[in-house]
Write a protein that binds this ligand. Structure first.
Ligand SMILES: Cc1cc2nc3c(=O)[nH]c(=O)nc-3n(C[C@H](O)[C@H](O)[C@H](O)COP(=O)(O)O)c2cc1C
Length: 337
């Protein structure tokens, strides 16, 4: 019998298969069905920094507009702190999920500056989140910021969220586009993060050639997106002393097995579950168990990192030189056997 349980962020999960941040847990009923199908934990949809900041600014504007009409208004208008703004619905939903589910519930924040909004981490921790996932989603549109400036700000943000979370573990969700990913990951660990989630899947706008507008649809992933994650997992596993999570392109138990072999302690699923519902989770769990069993692994923990950079017989398979070899060995289709 294969033991799927895993240790992650100081939590004991019964399975490495985790429901990733998305609308999949928008209702308690749906989250319960995913838990019943075998999920090890669930991650809630993100609250965005901008949501918090915009709502605070909006309230200030509202109060200030009254202050302008009456000199005494400041005394009779409510104190800004007592008005339920910002993440109240998320906090209530989090509490409802915590009460209903017997698996860890991870809250998600999406932000990239170390401002006052990071107090949200404290509120989510106090509302009972078992862990927090901080998504450092930042497509490269700042025209003058250098990579060093962007990374320094993101590291400060991680430190601010970790401090606000006061003991509740924070895992950082990264994008694939850091030139020095391993050094950056080390700095994220030094800032107090308890784990890394690889990778953010940038929403990839297309161009509508009829309207000449940007097509804003989210296209679900396919397994073709997994190898980018596998490479990063294999390189970071053992190099950064943090549990790693794969997100992006896991659709089968074999995909999950590859992510675990490359070093993932947990594997998140979103597109597969949006496509096929909780049944996909049960299927992926069965396929993963069967693969581990067939290959004589007694637990997913035993398989974790077995093909990582430091474990494989030929580490150059993961390295730059391998690219040159592959290019050299390429044969036109006609001559391929
Ligand atoms: C509809 C939808 C909503 C999502 N919402 C969030 C979110 O709120 N926060 C977040 O960090 N990621 C969000 N994601 C990204 C997923 O958590 C995940 O990282 C990504 O979809 C890649 O995993 P997959 O290949 O299993 O879909 C969302 C993805 C989808 C498709």
């Amino acid at each position: 019998m294969v033991d799927l349980s895993t240790d992650w962020l100081g939590l004991r999960l019964r399975s490495p298969l985790v429901v990733g941040a998305s609308p999949l847990t928008r209702t308690v009923e749906h989250a319960q069905r995913l838990a019943d199908a075998g999920a090890g934990a669930v991650v809630l949809a993100s609250v965005f920094e901008e949501q918090i900041v915009d709502e605070q600014l909006g309230l200030h504007r509202f109060i200030d507009s009254y202050v302008d009409t009456d000199a005494e208004a400041r005394s009779f208008l409510p104190d800004i702190d007592v008005i339920p703004i910002g993440p109240a619905p998320t906090l209530r939903h989090l509490q409802a999920l915590r009460a209903a589910l017997d698996i860890p519930v991870v809250a998600s924040l999406n932000g990239i500056t170390p401002g006052g909004w990071t107090d949200l981490a404290r509120q989510l921790a106090e509302a009972g989140a078992d862990a927090l996932e901080l998504n450092l989603y930042e497509p490269p549109t700042a025209l003058h910021a250098t990579s060093a400036e962007i990374e320094a700000r993101q590291i400060e943000t991680v430190a601010a969220v970790v401090e606000a979370a006061s003991g509740v573990p924070v895992t950082a969700k990264l994008s694939p586009f850091y030139a020095g990913l391993t050094a950056f990951a080390t700095q994220i660990a030094a800032a107090g993060a308890a784990g890394l989630v690889l990778f953010n899947r940038f929403y990839q706008p297309d161009i509508d050639l009829d309207t000449l507008d940007v097509d804003r649809r989210i296209v679900p992933s396919t397994s073709a997106e997994l190898p980018l994650r596998l490479h990063a997992l294999a390189v970071l596993h053992g190099h950064v002393q943090l549990p790693l999570t794969a997100t992006g392109g896991v659709h089968t138990g074999l995909d999950a097995a590859k992510a675990i072999l490359c070093g993932a302690a947990t594997v998140q699923l979103v597109s597969a579950l949006l496509d096929d519902g909780p049944a996909a989770l049960a299927r992926i769990s069965r396929e993963l168990t069967r693969w581990l069993d067939t290959h004589h692994y007694r637990s997913s923990h035993d398989a974790c990192g077995a093909t990582a950079l430091h474990s494989v017989a030929d580490p150059t398979a993961w390295e730059r030189l391998n690219y040159a070899r592959i290019l050299e060995s390429w044969q036109p289709a006609r001559t391929r056997r």
